[in-house]
Design a protein around this ligand. Sequence first.
Ligand code: N01
Length: 543
Amino acid sequence: PVSGRSGEPGASSTATYDAVVIGAGFSGLYALHRLRDTLGLSVRVFEEGGGVGGTWYWNRYPGARCDSESYVYCYSFSKELSQEWQWSGRYPEQHELSAYLEHVADRFELRRDIELNTRVTSAHWCEDRAHWEVETDRGERVTAQYLLTGVGLLAAKRYVPRIEGLDSFEGEWHHTGRWPQQGVDLRGKRVGIIGTGSTGVQAIPVIARDAEHLHVFQRSPQFTIPARHELVDRAFLDDIKAHYDDVWRKTHWSAGGFPWEHNGLSALEVTPAERQATLEWLWAEGGFKFVFGSYKDLLVDRRANDFVSEFIRSKIRERVNDPAVAEKLLPVDHPFGSRRPIVDTNYFETYNRDNVTLVDIRDNPITEITPKGIRTEDGDVDLDVIVFATGFDAVTGPFFRIDIRGKDGLTLKEHWNEGPRSYLGLANTGFPNLFTIFGPGSTFPNAPVGIEHHVDWIADCIRHMRQNGADVVEASPEAEEAWMDRLRGEADKTLVPLADSWLTGANIPGKRRQVLIFIGHFGHYRKLVDAVATNGYQGFEFA
Ligand code: N01
C-alpha cells in the first residue's frame, strides 16, 4: 500500500492510507498511536466532534463524571504518561477526562493525523483493489487497506423517545449526550428530566442544586451504589503510581477491568450475619467494587442476587425520608447487575429536597408534551427546560449511521439483519480488513482496558499479515457462527437476559432483543481472544 496524506479538509481528494480509523475517542487515539508509531503505518482518523475525546467530548451534561476509578479509567500503554498525569480524585469529571485525552493527543503528536468535524458517511470494500473506499460528509474520499471503527458502544447515537408535541414545546430541550458546549443555565428554572439510568442518576442531584424546581419522570426505579467519591486522597493516588505494574497486571486480567476480584464466596453459603457484614463493608467502599469485589454468584444466581438486591432496597428506604417516595424508587422488576450497574453521589437523598418531585410514569404516564411542559394522565407540569437522559441506540446504532458495505456490496445492516454478529467482537464475515474496536460481541469491561486490549490485538494481527505477505484477513462464517453460539451461551449463564436495557437492545422500541455483547469475565475473554492469535489466528482466513 502507498502511504499518503489527504489534501485540505473539504477538498475533493483520494489520498491513500494504510489505515483509516473512525473516531478519536479512547479507541481511535490509541489505534492511531499504535498503528502509526509502532507499526509505521500511514493512518487517517476522522472524528465527528470538534475535539478529541469521543464520549467525553459529547457528554457534558451537569454532573457528568466517570463511574470508574480515575487511576484505571485511562491508558496503561505508557508508564510515563501514567506517572506524569495527576488525577484530581477518585472519579474524573467530564472536563478532566476531556483534558486528559487532549493531553494524550498532544503528547503523542496525534493531532496531525486527525481530522475533526468530519463524519465518515460511507465505507465500501473494493474487492478488486482489496481496500476500503471511505467518504466523509465534507466530500473527502480516501482509500485504506484497513478500516478500524472506534465509534464506541453508546455516545454516537443518542436516543430521544418520540413523544407527541415535543416540537411545540416553547422552552429549551436537550439530550444529555449532546449537551451544548456553552452549557445551559438552569438557575431559577423549572426543569423536567426524563430518564434515570447512569446519566440521569448523575445529573439529577446536580441539576436539583441549580433549578428552581426539578421534576424527575421515572419509568423504572434503579439499583444504585454510592460512589464515595471523596474517599481517595493524594497519598492513595501516589501509592497506585508506585505500584503501577502490579495494579495493571491485576486490572488486565480481572473480571471487569478493575484491580480487584470477587471474594471467592457464594452468598448462599455464608450466614446472614456474615453476609450483612460483607455487604455493609462493600457499601462503605462504594463504586464498582460492590459488584466486582462481591460474591462470586452475584451475577449468575438469582437466589444469591436476591440477598444483595434486597440489601440495596433496604438502603434506599434508609436514604429517602418519605416512605411513599421511597416505595416508588424501589427497583423490583429486575435483579441487581442485570442492567449495567449505576454509581451515584447523593442520588436518593436528592428526593428529600423540597424542590424535587418524583413522577412515577408507570402509574401516571406522560401523554404528550405541550408548549408549556409535560402533560401526564394526572395533569400538567409547566417547565422551562426538558432534559432527555434517555440513553442511546447502543452497540449497533453507531454503525448504522455509516453506510458500511463489504464483499458483493453487502451492507452491515443486511449482515446484521437478525441482530449484530461478529467473531470475537473484532471482525465480521464478508467484511475483510474491517476491525471493530469494542464492537458488538466483544466484552464490556471498564472501557479503556478493553479498548487497549482490542487495539493491541488488531495491531498484532496486522503485523502478522505484513510479516506473512497477506493483504486481506476475514473471519470465516463458521468462526462467526460459533462465536455467536458462545455469546448466547455465556449470556444465558447470567442474569442479564432478564432485564430490559441497552445491553439487550430492549431500550429502543422495535429493536430486536438480543444480548449485544459478550457477558462474562474480561480476563477469560482476553485469554480466549489471545489464544486465537497464538494458535495461528484460528477462524480467520488470510489471502
Ligand atoms: O441511558 P440508559 P444512560 N420514557 O439507557 C429512560 C454509560 N454511562 O444514558 O429504565 C421514559 O441506561 C429509561 O427508562 P427504563 C453506561 O454504560 C456511563 O443513563 O428503560 N423514560 C432509563 O431510565 C450506561 O449504562 C457513565 O424504564 C425513558 C433512561 O431513560 C449507558 O451509558 C455515565 C424512555 C435511559 O437509561 C447509558 O446510560 C453515564 C421513555 N420513552 C452513562 N426511554 C459513566 O460514568 C428511555 N427512558 C462512565
